[in-house]
Write a new protein. Structure first.
Length: 180
């Protein structure tokens, strides 16, 4: 069990470039096949986290690669949906800016002498699940009111998650650094 979460994360990393290849292919029902790839990636995300916590096999590789795989899959998927005119540019830009900020700040915090990692929280997890639902709905029901509504809710949850990570940083990490 020790390596299963990392193997699942690596599988997810391989699914990231596969998504656009299938999404833009000329195969009949290509978007549905790409959606299946996205859902498999989402399932591996859930499973790797569950297994890592249940069997206490959290690793540095997992701590770094898991959120990176999640961010890459989300940005890649939204990029494809934007390019195909399923979502407006502002959706992609909000997520791209948010994820880039989190990646850069995560790298900076990790490579400091304290090796700080800001853990995911319920807002981030809820935003991830809501985004998965929104992407599913947008591919299955493009331009439908419910798809647009769920996407809007997902973006709001992403912004709440971002603010909670920033708040965590100022309450815990920065305060700890200031006292040292």
């Amino acid at each position: 069990m020790k390596y299963v979460p990392n193997i699942l994360t690596i599988i997810r990393m391989f699914l990231v470039p596969l998504f656009p290849v299938v999404f833009f292919s000329s195969v009949e029902n290509a978007h549905i096949y790409a959606l299946i790839i996205f859902l498999v990636a989402s399932l591996t995300d859930f499973l790797d986290g569950y297994i890592a916590r249940k069997y206490n096999v959290v690793s540095v590789v997992g701590i770094v690669l898991d959120p990176l795989a999640d961010k890459l899959m989300l940005v890649t998927t939204l990029g494809c949906l934007y390019y195909s005119k399923y979502v407006p540019i502002w959706v992609l830009l909000i997520i791209l800016i948010k994820e880039t900020c989190l990646i850069i700040s995560g790298i900076i915090l990790y490579f400091r002498k304290e090796k700080t990692v800001i853990p995911s929280n319920k807002f981030g997890k809820l935003a991830t699940v809501t985004f998965a639902a929104a992407i599913f709905l947008i591919i299955v029901l493009p331009d439908h009111f419910i798809s647009i509504t769920v996407m809007f809710i997902a973006i709001i949850l992403e912004l709440i998650a971002l603010s909670s990570y920033v708040s965590y940083y100022f309450r815990n990490v920065r305060a700890k650094t200031a006292t040292n």
